[in-house]
Design a protein around this ligand. Structure first.
Ligand SMILES: [Fe+2]
Ligand SMILES: [Fe+2]
Length: 368
């Protein structure tokens, strides 16, 4: 009952999202930019051997077991009050971008929850099973916590329905490792960058959820560590032709975030951030961390790389505009921009990358 009473009148709450159905529709979208749900080859997951990194693995498992965030994802008494007051003060455009951010975030948190749960259920390998259970535990808390904030808007998402009805993408285990490692680490870098910014400028903390980001992002950091250890225990994943896959996933994950974040200028602005500067900072942090596992990093400082990423933003906006224009002309224009975006991605992919040796000790501390 309390959720009903606390819900804001939805038309005021979030323009473009009048009901839970609208929010669920957004969460179910399958586009290049939207978070996906994954399934994989569970037999191959079962065969993963982590014994080459046993000491670091066991230390990490002890951290999961210790569960230092077990009491973190609970709203204090002031949360609901503060959330509702701050939402009422936001402009409609900012509210729309913020809700969009919450829906994307809850979808990716829940995506991790489902994937890790499914792997845990389907493998017998005790190391992988235990890890996946711990990570599913964390992601389920994260998703539930964000969903409570959507309920404040009157647009909470039915996660059970989302699980049943959203489309799943099949990825081989090694693609899961590359992509999930990166999304966990990028998640850490995003949350900690926002947290640090709002720590410096508390007047710009327009919603209480941001206060939770510091301890939250340490979970994401640890999830990334787990995939780093799995890959380092299986060095063939990091050599030869697989380096081309690593390069592909680095670019795909970075470009997706960069383009998506540029659809939310007001959200960043409200936090005193500029989307472009914020994203380069997040990518620098992610890239620095990724040296623990990947033998190559993209040259983020190269002017050609930055120009290509900006071109992707420009093309994505043009595609959106053409789609809104509609009709045959709109469709043709959209197809033209899509080809140009594919070409730009390919050119970015062929730019020189930086190679380096991997450190002896894999694990790192979340020190940003
Ligand atoms: Fe998470
Ligand atoms: Fe995570």
């Amino acid at each position: 009952m309390s959720t009903e009473r606390q819900a804001m009148p939805s038309a005021i709450a979030a323009p473009g999202f009048a009901s839970s159905d609208d929010a669920s529709r957004k969460a179910k979208e399958t586009t290049l930019l939207s978070p996906r749900f994954y399934t994989t080859d569970f037999k191959a997951m079962d065969a993963i051997d982590v014994s080459p990194v046993r000491a670091e693995w066991d230390a990490m498992m002890a951290e999961y077991e210790g569960d230092n965030n077990h009491d973190h994802f609970q709203r204090d008494a002031a949360f609901g009050e503060e959330a509702r007051a701050s939402l009422a003060a936001l402009t409609p455009e900012l509210r729309k971008e913020f809700v969009d951010f919450l829906i994307t975030s809850v979808t990716s948190e829940f995506s991790g929850c489902i994937l890790y749960n499914e792997i845990a259920k389907h493998v017998d390998n005790p190391d992988i099973k235990q890890l996946m259970r711990f990570m599913a535990r964390d992601e389920s808390r994260h998703a539930g916590f964000i969903n409570q904030s959507l309920r404040d808007f009157g647009i909470g998402i039915d996660l059970g329905d989302l699980k049943r009805t959203k489309r799943y993408t099949y990825f081989k285990p090694k693609y899961i490792f590359y992509a999930t490692y990166l999304s966990e680490k990028i998640g850490y870098a995003r949350y900690i960058s926002i947290y640090r910014q709002l720590e410096r400028h508390p007047d710009k903390r327009f919603h209480p959820i941001f206060r939770w980001f510091e301890r939250w992002c340490n979970d994401e950091f640890r999830h990334g560590e787990s995939f780093a250890l799995i890959m380092r225990a299986n060095p063939h994943l990091l050599q030869g032709g697989n380096k081309l896959w690593i390069r592909f996933f680095l670019l795909a994950v970075y470009a997706t975030m960069y383009v998506r974040d540029h659809t939310r200028p007001m959200l960043h602005n409200a936090m005193g951030l500029d989307s472009t500067e914020y994203d380069w900072q997040v990518l620098q942090i992610t890239s620095e961390i990724s040296r623990q596992v990947f033998p190559i990093t993209l040259d983020l400082d190269s002017p050609a790389f930055r120009a290509g990423m900006n071109r992707l933003v420009h093309l994505s906006r043009s595609m959106q505009a053409a789609q809104e224009r509609g009709g045959v002309i709109g469709q043709l224009q959209r197809a033209g921009y899509a080809v140009a975006a594919g070409w730009t991605f390919l050119r970015l992919y062929t730019l020189p990358v930086k190679s380096h040796d991997l450190p002896q000790q894999v694990r790192m501390q979340p020190a940003w």
